[in-house]
Design a binder for this molecule. Structure first.
Ligand code: UDP
Length: 311
């Protein structure tokens, strides 16, 4: 069946996830507008055929859309902590603007929340009904609390104004189109391995993450936006439930890139979560979604991508 020509806005569409999402939406025949202030994204990420508005989501938004994917916000701890007030504003003012726009034009909104709403979790794997263990008074709070207030805004616009909302709680995602200097674990390790530099493991590397390949994640976002049924405005975890220690991630990157780099241990950043692993029963049951790409396959594709970028 042909897909109707939906007018779609992607905020943060010049970033890692945003540009991968934009490509997917274009391939499905959508009319896509990207709004991005290029604070962490790149104009070169925006594909042909996309209308580009270079603007901060904190400025008032105009336009007519059927659906809005709201991704705008620095997502790497290095980047969001460098500009904490902007991170807070993007979440409170930016998400308010997106929801106001949606209310005016009747658009659906998919908000990209985060596993960070669980903070340093006391429950593993993290299920959506777990309320989390977040430090509101620390370096990660601008992002964690920002995303939590954004979820609260989504809830309120849904209850008060019947805006159709979807909330994806995204766990660590990696793959092509990540910026080499993004600062996150996979991009750092792959770039270091390819450049023959030591892989910087923070702490003793026993903290865990669960890595989702970008194609799986994007498929989940589109699925969630279009899913019909009761309760779908509630948050849904999207991530890969295969939990690995950071040290294991480093070793896997070394093996798959055939690098002779060493591992160098660095201090653990404050409030770095000890464990992170999604419970994805909700996504499985409600969306019929689960990740398909193994960490070996996904990391190999990511290593190939960075090899091309670095030469
Ligand atoms: N990390 C690391 N070395 C790096 C970058 C990150 O050991 O060069 C660790 C970091 O301390 C965290 C995990 O890898 O425990 C994931 O970090 P990332 O910045 O990718 O995202 P987070 O999940 O912390 O938001």
């Amino acid at each position: 069946m042909p897909v109707p020509m939906l007018r779609t806005l992607v905020t943060g569409g010049a970033g890692f996830l945003g540009s991968n999402l934009t490509l997917k939406l274009l391939s499905e025949g959508r009319q896509v507008t990207v709004l991005d202030d290029l604070c962490t994204g790149f104009a070169s990420n925006i594909p042909e055929g996309v209308r580009f508005i270079q603007a901060d989501v904190c400025e008032p938004l105009v336009g007519e859309y059927d659906e809005i994917y709201h991704l705008a916000c620095a997502a790497s701890p290095d980047k969001y902590q460098a500009e904490p007030l902007q991170t807070l504003r993007t979440n409170f003012i930016g998400t308010s603007n997106v929801l106001e726009l949606a209310r005016r034009c009747g658009a659906s909104v998919l908000f990209t929340s985060t596993s960070e709403v669980y903070g340093d979790p006391r429950v593993c794997p993290q299920v959506e009904s777990y309320w989390g263990n977040v430090n509101s008074f620390g370096p990660r709070s601008c992002y964690d609390e920002g995303k939590r207030v954004s979820e609260s805004l989504c809830y309120t616009y849904s209850e008060r104004y019947q805006v159709r909302i979807r909330i994806a709680r995204i766990f660590n995602t990696y793959g092509p189109r990540m910026a080499p200097d993004d600062g996150r674990v996979v991009s750092n390790f792959v770039v270091q391995a390819l450049q023959g530099k030591s892989l910087t493991v923070y702490g003793d590397g026993s903290q865990t993450r669960s890595l989702c390949y970008v194609d799986d994640l994007i498929r989940g976002l589109v699925c969630l936006m279009h899913a019909q049924g009761a309760n779908l405005e509630a948050p849904v975890n999207l991530g890969n439930p295969h939990e690995m220690s950071v040290k294991e991630i480093a070793e896997k990157v070394l093996e798959l890139s055939a690098s002779r780099s060493q591992i160098a241990y660095r201090p653990l950043p404050q409030d770095d979560p000890t464990r992170r692993c999604p419970d994805i029963q909700r996504a499985r049951g409600w969306l019929g979604w689960e990740p398909e790409v193994s960490v070996e396959k996904g990391l190999a594709a990511t290593i190939d991508y960075f090899r091309g970028q670095l030469t």
